[in-house]
Design a protein around this ligand. Structure first.
Ligand code: ADP
Ligand code: MG
Length: 599
């Protein structure tokens, strides 16, 4: 607190800051606050997102407001409506103990008459988007000739969005005797031009090296084929059960498509982009801030400057067009000293772009392998188990405890856990049962992988049928465990496993097959004696048929026919329909002349 006081803040504003829990000023605040509190100093501040710029201009300007007067004294311009509202909120929080300071937000997409009525009361600080402000000035609803300070927040983005002319118009309506404070993450030519034309000998403050990402952000990348990007995204999300993230896309269309797909896949998410109505955007942001949404899919413009606390991840679904945007995107996470992860999903042709970004941000991207089903299921199960253990409302259960105990009395602890898991994760476990490897392996690794695959393909397997299945609670993992436990051979190569309701088919390498049936004799599974039957290979089947005759060892096709003949006799299948023309009752018989009056 003393630190803030040393910068020149005092009284009620200082109290407001203390309530927010700010203890020490951030570097940009330390440099900018004294300058803004002083007289006649224009200012250009270059600082990345998340460095505390709002308070850097908000606190000193609030302190300078004279509430004896009823006119507009400060104008703050920001590129988007969301940002506008965020700044408005922040200011009201800082001025918690100064209810006499009136702040209004002016932005497009809502009823202009309501806003006009609001500003008519006399507003000290106006936070506005350029477009709507121009409208209000033209309608003579707002008078900005009285301001002593203008803040251009996210100036580069305002220019990117084509507000150049509006800015010129607005600034030409402000008095000469004022201070202008320009805040920007980057300093392109257009921003420089604005600074040159409208700022008078501005002081320059740059915090951190330009375009350098926060230290608390790790950068990861996945490399996949373009068609696998979505599947990769979904797996990455599913593999991080506590994720709270923004996914960036290049276009509005991508944003809304991806959000739709994720929703369909059961992930709490929504899209934020310029094509939404204002009410829709508000709803999305409220839900996201309240963490009712796990992920937000957004375009760069829509998400610019938004301060959402505690994002765990930022995901670049496409790499941004320009490298600088990557800094803004990844700057949404790793805020306030917390760890964050910025993920890029790329295809192999984008490797060069990734390297260029690395050079600029001076960080290396860590290669990550796209998670497979097993890893995802493990992560989800562990998260779920931790949540259950951490739940703390047991005391309220006393009234119902006995009933619940009675319901579950017949089940062992293991059985209950199995039921719980299957109830909660049945769908997920099924979805991720046999996942494909999506990684595009880089050249040097490729050779090795191919070899391993080829080796696997040349192994000869024998197939078995086991007399237990899904209804007995058997899982592939359990089966693999049993094979390794009871087989006399170590590290048995296991092929395909298919668990049916009452039995299970699985393959093991041919060499150990003859011992398999013996090793499984007398083994019990939950009290059920196991029966293992070998299914002959095709070659073996053919040999047996030739040796012992078709009657004893019918081929699969013959077995099937025999069965269906039997069923039909029992009246379970309809009599086989003959392919005679005209036998279909729905189709009218076609009497053509030649057959009707035929000779
Ligand atoms: P920027 O505009 O530079 O992107 P913000 O002004 O939105 O950054 O601030 C980012 C976050 O840091 C906000 O959540 C804000 O409450 C917090 N913050 C700002 N200043 C401080 C401070 N001195 N101490 C602690 N937290 C701060
Ligand atoms: Mg900001």
């Amino acid at each position: 607190m003393e630190k803030f006081q040393e910068l020149g803040l005092n009284g009620e504003i200082l109290k407001g800051v203390a309530d927010l829990g700010f203890v020490t000023p951030s570097p940009v605040q330390e440099k900018a606050i004294p300058v803004i509190l002083g007289e006649q100093n224009d200012l250009v501040v270059l600082a990345q997102t998340g460095t505390g710029k709002t308070a850097a201009f908000g606190l000193p300007l609030l302190q300078k407001i004279d509430t004896e007067r009823n006119d507009t004294q400060v104008l703050i311009l920001s590129p988007t409506r969301e940002l506008c509202m965020q700044i408005g909120n922040d200011l009201r929080n800082y001025a918690k103990y100064r209810p006499d300071i009136r702040v209004a937000c002016v932005y497009g997409g809502t009823d202009i008459r309501k806003q006009i009525r609001e500003v008519k009361q006399g507003i000290h600080i106006i936070v506005a988007t350029p477009g709507r402000l121009v409208d209000m000035i033209n309608r003579k609803a707002i008078h900005i000739e009285t301001v002593f300070a203008v803040v251009l927040d996210e100036a580069d983005e305002m220019l990117n969005m084509g507000f150049q002319e509006d800015l010129d118009f607005i600034l030409s309506n402000t008095p000469k005797e004022k201070n202008t404070y320009l805040f920007s993450a980057t300093m392109p030519k257009e921003v420089e031009r604005i600074a040159k034309n409208y700022l008078i000998e501005p002081q320059e403050i740059a915090v951190g090296k330009k375009n350098q990402g926060a230290d608390t952000v790790s950068h990861h990348y996945y490399m996949v084929r373009a068609k696998d990007c979505y599947e990769t995204l979904r797996r990455v999300i599913d593999c991080a059960p506590d994720m709270y993230a923004i996914i960036f896309t290049r276009t509005k269309n991508d944003a809304s498509e991806i959000a739709k797909h994720l929703q369909r896949d059961g992930i709490d998410c929504d899209a934020l982009h310029g094509d939404l109505s204002q009410a829709q955007r508000d709803n999305v942001m409220t839900a996201f801030r309240a963490k009712r949404l796990k992920v937000l899919v957004a375009t760069d413009v829509a998400a610019r400057g938004l301060d959402v606390d505690c994002l765990t991840h930022v995901i670049n679904y496409n790499l941004p067009e320009d490298v600088e945007s990557y800094t803004h995107r990844s700057g949404r996470t790793g805020r306030a000293g917390k760890e964050g992860i910025s993920i890029a999903i790329i295809h192999s042709k984008e490797k060069g772009k990734l390297r260029r970004i690395e050079k600029i941000i001076k960080k290396t991207f860590e290669y990550k392998s796209v998670p497979q089903g097993e890893e995802i299921c493990r992560a989800q199960l562990a998260f779920w188990a931790d949540k259950i253990i951490a739940s703390e409302y047991q005391d309220n259960l006393a009234l119902y405890e006995q009933e619940v105990y009675d319901k579950f009395a017949a089940y062992s602890k293991e059985e209950l856990i199995q039921h719980l898991v299957s109830y909660e994760f049945g769908r997920l476990l099924k979805k991720y049962k046999n996942t494909e490897d999506l990684n595009v392996v880089e050249e040097e690794k490729k050779g090795k992988n191919k070899k391993a695959k080829e080796e696997k393909a040349t192994i000869a397997y024998s197939t078995f049928i086991l007399n237990i299945g899904r209804q007995d609670g058997l899982t592939p993992k359990e089966l693999m465990g049993m094979i390794n436990k009871y087989s006399r051979h170590k590290g048995v190569e296991i092929g395909d496993i298919r668990i049916f309701n009452t039995d299970t088919k699985f393959e093991v390498e041919e060499q150990v097959a003859s011992d398999m049936a013996i090793d499984f004799k007398k083994v019990l599974y939950k009290g059920i004696p196991l029966e293992l039957k070998a299914i002959p290979t095709r070659k073996e089947g053919r040999r047996r048929r030739e040796e012992h005759g078709k009657e004893r060892f019918p081929a699969k096709r013959e077995r099937r026919e025999k069965r269906s003949r039997k069923d039909r006799r029992a009246g379970e299948l309809p009599e086989k329909r003959r392919g005679r023309p005209g036998s279909n009752p729905k189709k009218p018989r076609n009497f053509n002349r030649s057959s009707a009056g035929g000779k």
